[in-house]
Design a protein around this ligand. Structure first.
Ligand code: 8YV
Length: 330
């Protein structure tokens, strides 16, 4: 008998067709997420969910005891209670690798736009305020040759560091839960430092660490106080890693020069103070948003769902499980 799966948000039609080749599919045709009660109701009796950031928590899992696979179309999976899934024998998957370079491109671009005040410059020009040249008009800070700090040196962090070191002659320093192999450090010219040193020495600090209870407000008022007044902060990781209220205060007081933010606490809501500041570049969580990469992410999430529910050429072996131990126990 075919398994049933729920696709929680609109996705590429070609990917839906692939899923329909294996499963009875109920799909949300819209970009509007279902609320928790609606999600719970629709997930009843289904073995798998193709998720895009929906909260998969104990209450939902308890209401859906037949669930076997949670396949997230994202590399981050802080929306999923993985321990609770593991305890129930539910495999959780994510979409690493396929988005690394695209996301690193965007992180680097956002850092550059922030350092060189591009969004501010565009607003200035469009408003008609550009009437003359002046020596200090919209002067920012250099990226080339500056010190790039990376907090969270996983795949995306390393791809950003590579761009900085090899493309822009930046000095790279980083902090991470674990230190990289010496060969990788040598290739990136990257120096491991403790977190206070990272904060103190970075000219451009980029955050690329996963969100967890431990990384909540990893950058708040005490951390911002250690940064250079000319420094920029770029967050492409997750809302909640930065204390947005503290950041807005630091940007307003000139404690740091500028910030580039693609993710926000409580998004799509954005802290109102950030919306009023000139020295922050704001983008709506689009670091992985190229057509090719979003398609690759969706197909990888589908590969995972198909294999996790025992179908296709890799039945039983989803390519990118987060809790692979569950599969061994099946
Ligand atoms: C996703 C992301 O587009 O992969 C991630 O973790 O943040 C983005 O690439 C977003 O989470 C929607 O699933």
């Amino acid at each position: 008998m075919k398994s049933s799966v729920l696709v929680a948000r609109a996705v590429f039609p070609s990917v839906l067709d692939r899923l329909r080749g294996h499963f009875d599919v109920e799909a949300n045709a819209s970009d509007e997420p279902w609320d928790a009660a609606e999600l719970r109701r629709r997930l009843q009796g289904k073995q798998g969910i193709f998720a895009t950031g929906e909260r998969i928590d104990v209450a939902l899992l308890d209401a859906c005891p037949q669930l076997r696979a949670v396949c997230n179309m994202a590399v981050g999976y802080n929306n999923v209670d993985v321990d609770a899934c593991t305890a129930r024998g539910i495999v959780v998957t994510n979409t690493p690798d396929v988005l690394t370079e695209t996301t690193a491109d965007f992180g680097f671009a956002l850092m550059m736009a922030t350092a060189r005040r591009m969004a501010e410059g565009e607003r200035f020009l469009r408003s008609g305020a550009w009437t003359k040249w002046s020596y200090d008009m919209l002067t920012g800070s250099d990226v080339h040759g500056a010190t790039l700090g990376v907090l969270g040196m996983g795949r995306i962090g390393q791809a950003i560091a590579r761009r900085g070191a090899h493309g822009f002659g930046m000095k790279v320093i980083y902090h991470n839960r674990s230190r990289l192999d010496a060969a990788i450090e040598a290739d990136l010219g990257a120096r491991y430092v403790d977190k206070p040193t990272l904060l103190r020495e970075s000219d451009h600090l980029v955050l690329v660490l996963p969100y967890s209870a431990a990384s909540h407000h990893a950058v708040g008022a005490p951390e911002l106080a250690l940064m250079k007044p000319r420094a920029t902060l770029t967050n492409i990781a997750r809302g909640g890693i930065v204390d947005d209220a503290a950041l807005a205060a630091a940007l307003r007081s000139g404690q740091i020069a500028a910030a580039g933010l693609d993710v926000f606490e409580g998004e799509p809501r954005v802290h109102p103070a950030l919306l009023t500041l000139p020295n922050v570049v704001l983008t709506p969580h689009i670091a992985s948003a190229t057509v090719a990469t979003r398609l690759a992410m969706a197909n990888l999430a589908a590969d995972n769902l198909i294999a996790a529910l025992g179908c296709g050429p890799h039945a039983g072996r989803p390519p990118t499980p987060v809790n692979p131990g569950v599969l061994a126990g099946r």
